[in-house]
Design a protein around this ligand. Structure first.
Ligand SMILES: C[S@@+](CC[C@H](N)C(=O)[O-])C[C@H]1O[C@@H](n2cnc3c(N)ncnc32)[C@H](O)[C@@H]1O
Length: 196
């Protein structure tokens, strides 16, 4: 079963924000659930939600293994979802999407497709929430983010920390408006976009 120490470190600060951001949400789809640690923790602490987990096929066995052991009853089995492919049927029911640490892993074309999917495949979507590092006005927000970006670019062509201005532009093209940009520990941000 895959494990992320970063998820252990960031889950409580993220939950502290999500509790109010998701107070009226009912059907949340997590895109790129990874180890499933966030899903188990958030769903256990927000029992009014149904938390739908998803990831690419390669990550599903490990993700489902964690869910089988630790998921509360309001977490659904993981769905195979690659943002570049056709969206699953559940997308018709989703009122909130959540995705952590994915926009710097996907290449630019995939990030663009991600926002296009939010705009065209989620008819009930009310908000989209992203967690991760972002650059502002062409600058890294910390030396550690700059070093992380270098590691990403060396590891795989196309990966890298995204400019917030570009993300806001992609969102805007898909009827999503930035409502809150919240500073988080370790130079990360939590972005709340609402559908307009
Ligand atoms: C760094 S991990 C983050 C996992 C977890 N959300 C977290 O915060 O620890 C990036 C995740 O993005 C997923 N991912 C990458 N490309 C994707 C794509 N095209 N469609 C859906 N998920 C993708 C990966 O499979 C992986 O689970």
């Amino acid at each position: 079963m895959a494990f992320s120490q970063a998820c252990e470190n960031n889950k409580q600060p993220i939950l502290n924000q999500l509790e109010s951001l998701l107070s009226k949400s009912k059907q949340v789809l997590e895109i790129g659930s990874g180890t499933g640690q966030h899903a188990c923790f958030f769903a256990a602490n927000m029992p009014w939600l149904t938390w739908h987990t998803s990831d690419r096929a390669i990550n599903l066995p490990s993700l489902n293994a964690r869910l089988a052991e630790q998921a509360p009853s309001n977490v659904n089995s993981a769905i195979e979802l690659d943002i570049t492919q056709t969206m699953p049927a559940i997308s018709q029911q989703i009122d909130c999407s959540y995705s952590a640490n994915t926009l710097h892993i996907m290449n630019q074309s995939q990030v663009e497709t991600f926002f296009n999917r939010l705009g065209d495949s989620f008819p009930k979507l009310q908000q989209a929430i992203f967690y991760g590092p972002f650059n502002y006005q062409g600058q890294f927000t910390s030396a550690s983010n700059q070093a992380f970006d270098k590691t990403l670019r060396e590891r795989q062509l196309g990966q890298g920390i995204r400019y917030i201005e570009w993300i806001i532009e992609l969102a805007g093209r898909n009827q999503l408006q930035l409502k809150q940009d919240i500073g988080m520990p370790a130079n990360n941000r939590l972005l709340q976009f609402v559908c307009v």
